[in-house]
Design a protein around this ligand. Structure first.
Ligand code: ADP
Length: 578
């Protein structure tokens, strides 16, 4: 419990960073809530008065009170309106700030965290949890003031009649126990539901992204069956939560109904024995629901803080905590890297199941063109990921210009290197905006030059909107070869000294293959180019070939040397490398 309270305070403090800019709104909420709460205390008193005037036939007084009630209600509606406007303004600003912050932190995560977690883990936190934590600042104000005003009523009852007061206390205790049990059950289910919801969000996002493959494999039914069962599972958890609420609403509702009956009996008894006046009985009766609601408000507050705590813990696990590993870089800056690399006895595994690179060593010299060849799954792409510091190695050293990669800053590594993967990700922007991402201040001339070198310009000119053509999510409206050439153009614009090129294994038509080859040839001499080669033409042109098998370097040399002296290479070459 204490731990929980400490946790809530820590989370509250962390959230405050994002909302303190809007302090003035929060103060205004509190003022408005206070006014609204004052009004809600007065209203039942006025209603009680109206009832008394009515029964006593005091119609003039009745009209006066009715007009006062009207004014009070209009004031209440006005403040309610202002309150809602303010809340929406503040919550939209604070939610956006937290969402941007999570997105920023998510970008800093080690790739291994993204490999090991469903995307839903992050999407749900950005989309849902942020909203929940922001609403605490207004809901808490609301709830607190409700509780305070109702405690005020309870004190008033104490002065009106001690027996009535004791009766209400007893009822509150019973409702408190029931609420406590309800909440415990509710939150156990909620925890499970959130985990399932993360998995579902991931699944739904895969469903949409994988629709093409789902269609072409004709597996809609099987996939939907899987998706459906997962959705049912998580909705079932929601249903169970509602069931808990419904069950306890029924129980507490019945307790309240009976308490009303006993209240009447008790009131009659007290009135008949002159312990209570009729007027006071009417007032107590008018307040009875509010009093019994007191615990609802209390449990609403507890539920709110619990919800806040769960949501905030999930959000700050991404923003502040160490639950998800973030990338850590060194502080040595190299503005312009020469392009010398060395892998010194490097071992690496993605997980404990399998060592992928086994004590691997090789050197690359600046401006060299080196091809990596080997069977699929031998570890070639992994070498590229490690050079880009996307993963941390288990042992050994990776040196860039003789500096350990772990000592270099992020910019020193990634501003000096471009990876062109087999299936590069192109964003759902225009071609121009995709290119602008790597060079914000690029001129049209630079853009066209890069695209010409990447052998993409002529194709872009055939598009109706040219460079302003929107390419769809993941660049879906472009062919594999066009996506790779756009990625080459990105690399050329970035003007990185080092280009890591993972040649597409998918059979590109001869024309496209030639264009990509031409694009690479255009870069020769000025850049250090490492190529994962799947094609003869690339290998033969390379200055050096490193043969990888099962996470080890088994040979290196020129094509002719290897072809003559290395049987493994010869076999690979004869089978077209892959
Ligand atoms: P290549 O590029 O030579 O085809 P990779 O470097 O892609 O080979 O993969 C080497 C091995 O590492 C393979 O066994 C592959 O299954 C595994 N692997 C690749 N990426 C991951 C990952 N993100 N998580 C776990 N294992 C991976």
């Amino acid at each position: 419990m204490e731990d929980n309270l400490k946790n809530i305070l820590i989370n509250f403090k962390k959230t405050w960073r994002f909302v303190k800019e809007d302090k003035k709104y929060i103060i205004l909420f509190l003022i408005f809530s206070l006014i609204l709460c004052g009004i809600s205390v007065i209203t039942p008193l006025l209603s009680a008065k109206m009832l008394l005037y009515l029964t006593d036939g005091l119609f003039k007084e009745l009209i006066t009170v009715t007009i006062i009630v009207l004014i009070v209600e209009i004031t209440r509606n006005l403040f309610n309106y202002l309150y809602n406007i303010l809340f929406n303004k503040y919550s939209f600003k604070a939610t956006s700030r937290i969402q941007v912050s999570i997105a920023k932190e998510a970008m800093k995560l080690e790739i291994s965290e993204l490999d090991n977690n469903s995307s839903g883990v992050f999407i749900d936190r950005i989309n849902n949890d942020t909203k929940e934590i922001v609403s605490i600042f207004s809901d808490l104000g609301d709830g607190l003031i409700d509780v305070i005003s109702n405690i005020g009523i309870l004190i008033a009852i104490y002065f009106i009649n001690k027996i009535m007061f004791a009766y209400f206390l007893l009822m509150l205790l019973i409702i408190f126990i029931l609420e406590h049990i309800r909440m415990k059950k509710y939150f156990e289910l909620d925890k499970k539901r959130r985990k399932l919801s993360e998995k579902n969000t991931g699944l739904v996002s895969e469903l949409i992204r994988g629709t093409r493959d789902i269609k072409s494999l004709n597996i809609e039914n099987n996939f939907l069956k899987k998706a459906e069962s997962k959705l049912i599972e998580s909705n079932n958890e929601k249903y169970k939560m509602q069931k808990v609420n419904a069950k306890y609403n029924l129980i507490t509702g019945s307790v309240k109904d009976f308490s009303n009956l006993f209240l009447i009996f008790l009131g009659i008894y007290l009135c008949l024995n002159n312990y209570l006046s009729i007027a006071n009985f009417v007032i107590v009766y008018m307040y009875k629901d509010r009093l019994l609601e007191l615990l609802r408000y209390c449990s609403f507050l507890i539920e709110l803080t619990k919800k806040f705590n769960v949501a905030a813990t999930r959000v700050f696990e991404v923003i502040d905590d160490e639950k998800f590993k973030k990338e850590i870089f060194g502080n040595k800056v190299i503005d312009k890297i020469n392009g010398d690399f060395e892998f010194r006895n490097v071992s690496f595994s993605y997980n404990e199941d399998k060592v992928v690179l086994k004590n691997i060593s090789f050197k690359i010299h600046a401006n060299e063109i080196v091809a990596f060849v080997g069977k699929s799954g031998s570890g070639k792409s992994t070498i590229f990921s490690l050079l880009n510091r996307l993963y941390l190695i288990d042992s050994g050293e990776i040196l860039i210009d003789n500096v350990n990669i772990n000592d270099l800053t992020k910019d020193s590594i990634r501003n000096n290197m471009s990876i062109i993967t087999q299936n590069p990700y192109i964003f759902n922007f225009s071609i121009r905006d995709n290119l602008k991402l790597v060079k914000d201040d690029m001129t049209d001339e630079e853009m066209v030059e890069a695209c010409k070198l990447a052998c993409l310009h002529d194709f872009i000119m055939t598009l109706k909107d040219g460079y302003d053509t929107i390419v769809g999510e993941g660049g879906i409206t472009l062919s594999g070869g066009q996506r790779q050439r756009l990625a080459i153009a990105r690399a050329l614009l970035k003007k990185t000294e080092i280009i890591l090129f993972d040649e597409a294994t998918s059979a590109l038509d001869n024309e496209t293959q030639k264009e990509i080859q031409k694009a690479i040839n255009n870069m020769k001499g000025e850049y250090t180019i490492l190529i994962i080669a799947h094609r003869l033409s690339t290998v033969i042109d390379s200055e050096r070939i490193i043969v990888i098998d099962d996470g080890k370097v088994i040979a290196e040399g020129t094509h002719n040397e290897l072809f003559e002296n290395n049987e493994f290479y010869r076999n690979l070459y004869e089978k077209e490398l892959v």
